[in-house]
Design a protein around this ligand. Structure first.
Ligand code: NAD
Length: 539
């Protein structure tokens, strides 16, 4: 146990003004703190007062991250108790802004940066991490941060933010979480020209050199932190898809942009079924964008439709894609491999409106990163042939959303069932208040991670994501649905994550992937292990 200023500078042990007289005497803290002992609730009041005085959201982000670096327990108390207010700050959309500014707002290092100079010794660098028993690693190479492109090492804000959500939303102990950035260069010229950029100023490593680097990383994790789950995060499409393919059967890992997004979208579609009475397999789904998120969603949807009894070829025929060159059809010769299973026989179209007119989709899902792409005519067209058009604008951050909640409700006379990636405020139309659901991956990945950790699952499977999606949809109340909201309120996120963890762990036990003995009461066992940000006595 550290003493004196060392104790005050250890964020996982520090209690600040809440150290009791006995603790102050025992650990050489007398005189190092103001004399009045505060309790946690008084500290929370002070934090909130300061936080709410901040004029910009970026200042709020800096304020919260600084608190996390000083007193982790207090940080989580504040975040958990104010999750609806603070999630948009510590995660999308404001974390995107923070990543863009990371080198300029940088104060204190968080997480591990692995760079090309560490090749051949990545395991040793992992051992520099001061904590043992790591159970969850979120790793990015910073090449596709949210919808903001290549932010290089500045992308560290994402693993840091996601792991904060693991703790806040699913009670993963922060001491068992490790954010990592593979700082292997950036092709973003503006960053490389920025003298305050914190990463390697060289161009990205590519090809075999890149594959070898990631391979050394995965093997090093398996050696140094054998119990850890690796969450791949915000890799560029080709690497995201390839890494998942390479490692899903060799390591305890998943890709949140592909599988987490897919599960949260599937859950949203399950909720729409409760509103429209239309089965998943009866939908005609048009994806705007055909990257890793879009095809990841479609792959999981196809699996779910097959589970409902639809033949796979028919299920694939329910999913159509538009990419930057137009409708994905068999006659195109420029299609990347991941789009081929979804290239259908159809005349070519280059613009979304004519595709919507021609295909008459029941659901339009935006995962293109193209803000405003769902124009007024597109939205109106969706409303012409659907009594309740399903319109999801999932691109992040807010400026990249294909449409705002207000635009969608207004252009569809309030009939649309809408969800978005970044949060939107409720909209009042014709006297009725409509509450847009946020298809936030935070509804899925923390619970999945908790279930994997609790069961010690060796692998993360699609069955786990199906189970997670069903569990999430089942947690949406009739009240929420009647306001058009497809997801439970964030205030219930810990319960939601717990339920997901239970079903995910159950899949692990049923499929022989679990490595931990099964407790008698899975729910109680997992619940009792969830981290609560309460001060414990040190004397
Ligand atoms: P990506 O780069 O792999 O894919 C983008 C796709 O959009 C590509 O297929 C590209 O061809 C297409 N596209 C680009 N411009 C277009 C245009 N003008 N018209 C039609 N298509 C166009 O990225 P990704 O990982 O698939 O992510 C896409 C978006 O989805 C991002 O904005 C990301 O923030 C968002 N996303 C949201 C969630 C969520 O909210 N739950 C989760 C993951 C990703």
């Amino acid at each position: 146990m550290p003493r004196g200023t060392d104790l005050l500078h250890d964020p996982s042990l520090n209690k600040g003004t809440a150290f009791t007289e006995d603790e102050r005497n025992a650990f050489g803290l007398q005189g190092l703190l103001p004399s009045r002992v505060c309790d946690q609730s008084e500290q929370v009041t002070r934090v909130l007062e300061n936080y709410r005085k901040k004029r910009t959201d970026l200042d709020k982000y800096i304020n919260l991250i600084a608190l996390q670096g000083r007193n982790e327990t207090l940080f989580y108390r504040v975040v958990i108790d104010n999750i609806e207010e603070m999630m948009p700050i510590i995660y999308t959309p404001i974390v995107g802004r923070a990543c863009q500014e990371y080198g300029h707002i940088f104060r204190r290092s968080r997480g591990l940066f692995l760079s090309r100079k560490h090749r051949g010794e990545i395991a040793d660098v992992l051992r520099n991490w001061p904590k043992q028993g790591i159970r969850i690693i979120v790793v990015t190479d910073g090449e596709r941060i949210l919808g903001l492109g290549d932010l290089g090492a500045n992308g560290m804000g994402i693993p840091v933010g996601k792991l904060s959500l693991y703790t806040a939303c699913a009670g993963i102990n922060p001491n068992q979480a490790l954010p990592i950035t593979l700082d292997i260069g950036t092709d973003n010229d503006a960053l490389r020209d920025d003298p305050l950029y914190i990463g390697d100023h060289a161009k990205r490593i590519r090809g075999e050199e890149y594959d070898d680097f990631v391979d050394e990383f995965v093997q090093a994790v398996q050696e140094v932190f054998p119990d850890a789950l690796i969450q791949f995060e915000d890799f560029a499409t080709r690497n995201a898809i390839q890494l998942l393919k390479t490692y899903r059967d060799r390591a305890r890992c998943f890709n949140d942009d592909i599988q987490g997004t897919a599960a949260v979208t599937l859950a949203g579609l399950y909720s729409t079924s409760r509103l429209t009475g239309m089965e998943l397999g009866a939908q005609q789904i048009l994806f705007f964008g055909a990257g890793s998120a879009a095809t990841g969603i479609a792959d999981l949807l196809v699996g779910a439709m097959v589970g409902e009894g639809l033949p796979e070829s028919e299920a694939r025929n329910r999913c159509w894609f538009v990419d930057s060159k137009g409708l994905v059809v068999t006659s195109r010769i420029d299609l990347a491999e991941h789009k081929l299973p979804y290239a259908h026989e159809h005349e070519p179209h280059t613009d979304l409106l004519s595709v919507v007119r021609s295909l008459k989709p029941t659901a339009l899902i935006g995962v293109s990163g193209q803000g405003g792409a769902f124009t007024r005519p597109v939205l109106r067209e969706m409303a012409v042939h659907n009594p309740q058009p399903i319109i999801f604008a999932l691109s992040n951050p807010t400026a990249n959303a294909e449409a705002t909640a207000e635009e969608v409700y207004r252009e569809t006379e309030g009939r649309a069932i809408f969800a978005s990636g970044s949060p939107f405020d409720p909209v009042t139309l014709g006297g009725k208040t409509l509450v847009p659901g946020q298809g936030n991956n935070a509804y899925i990945f923390p619970g999945v991670g908790l279930g994997v950790v609790a069961s010690g699952a060796k692998r993360v499977t699609d069955e786990m994501f199906f189970a997670a999606a069903r569990s999430l949809a089942a947690d949406v109340s009739q009240d929420s649905l009647s306001q058009g909201c497809l997801y439970p309120p964030l205030s219930k996120i810990r319960e939601v994550s717990l339920h997901i963890a239970v079903v995910v762990a159950q899949v692990a036990y049923d499929s022989g992937l679990a490595t931990r003995p099964k407790p008698q009461d899975l729910l109680e066992d997992i619940r009792s292990g969830m981290y609560e940000p309460e001060y414990r006595s040190y004397v």
